[in-house]
Design a protein around this ligand. Structure first.
Ligand code: AMP
Length: 193
């Protein structure tokens, strides 16, 4: 795993445990020599994650539309801040620079980003693994809802099983690495470089 894209909240949430998790993940990624790709913000959990990875000497690539630089307070000290013209371009650039994608606690933006890369993997547009860091069971209700959707026949069980889920980062990285070892070429188009 060279670089991991992390989708997470642009706010802090109510429970301080979320910021502690983001700080832990940043330091752990840097310690393992895994570069971080994220939305480029300085606010909320996004900022905590980037600060922690940078403090531990890690590589941090932030990607943000120019129009959001003020709204999300672009992080000025990241290794590379890639500015783009749209949210679509932001996701494409993040996907291009990462080998895998995970979600930490977050809201609509986090979900939207994660579901896009997961659905594109299901369609065979890329083969980069996707997962949820289910620390403290944060994603467990959502995963239960997804199981219900699978039971209804709208989500292939194989797609749900393909999702990497673990309560801690080392466990999650292990599953992602395993998926990476077995990843084939994208079935459609050129995939995400
Ligand atoms: P949130 O989880 O809502 O705090 O959002 C986390 C991040 O996702 C923020 O940087 C948002 O700007 C970003 N985001 C929200 N919607 C989208 C979208 N459609 N495409 C790309 N990024 C998004």
């Amino acid at each position: 795993m060279r670089r991991l894209a992390v989708f997470l909240a642009s706010s802090a949430g109510h429970d301080p445990a979320h910021a502690e998790l983001a700080a832990h993940v940043g330091a752990e990624l840097a310690g393992r020599g895994i570069g971080l790709v994220y939305g480029g913000g300085r606010r909320g959990l996004m900022g905590v994650l980037a600060d922690s990875a940078l403090a531990a000497g890690g590589e941090v690539i932030g990607v943000m539309p120019r129009s959001m630089v003020e709204r999300e307070w672009a992080h000025e000290r990241v290794t590379r801040l890639l500015l783009c013209d749209s949210m679509h371009e932001r996701k494409a650039l993040m996907a291009e620079h990462a080998n895998a994608f995970v979600a930490l606690p977050g809201g609509l933006g986090t979900l939207e980003e994660l579901f896009e890369v997961w659905s594109w993997r299901q369609l065979g547009f890329h083969t980069k693994p996707v997962g949820f860091l289910d620390a403290g069971g944060f994603w467990t209700p959502l995963l239960g809802a997804l199981r219900g959707i699978a039971d209804s026949g709208f989500l292939p069980a194989a797609s749900l099983d393909d999702l990497a889920v673990a309560p801690d980062l080392p466990g999650l990285l292990e599953v992602l690495e395993e998926r990476l070892r077995h990843s084939a070429q994208p079935a459609h188009g050129e995939g995400l470089r």
